[in-house]
Write a protein that binds this ligand. Structure first.
Ligand code: SF4
Length: 107
């Protein structure tokens, strides 16, 4: 179960169906109002998620496997770009080919 995505969402936690409600300190404390520093939403710009999206967009738009250089062109920071690409490969969302090309996995 994707607890954080489906049950314990920030705007509307569904404690009635939550499998850990018996151990939830916040619920057991009576669901007190937040009294900490203001919450800031996660920005998208500059995140690995943004880089991953840009890499996937190149592959989605291509009719054929693309060379590393085409992927390198989408993001200026090489360490973050490599991390994003490695993550996509590890997640099975990008397939590296032996000749240095990349493509989306065959459906
Ligand atoms: S019981 Fe706690 S962990 Fe479960 S949904 Fe409610 S707030 Fe979230």
């Amino acid at each position: 179960m994707e607890l954080g995505a489906l049950v314990c969402t920030a705007k509307s936690p569904d404690c009635g169906v939550c499998p850990v409600s018996g151990q939830c300190a916040w619920r057991l404390a009576g669901k007190p109002a937040h009294d900490g520093p203001p919450r800031r939403g996660q920005t998208y710009a500059g995140t690995d998620r943004q880089v991953r999206g840009k890499l996937l967009a190149v592959l989605r738009d291509a009719d054929e496997p693309v060379p590393q250089a085409a992927l390198d062109a989408v993001w200026h920071e090489p360490v973050q770009r490599a991390r994003a690409l490695d993550g996509l490969v590890a997640d099975g969302l990008v397939e590296p080919l032996e000749n240095g090309l990349y493509r989306l996995p065959a459906a």
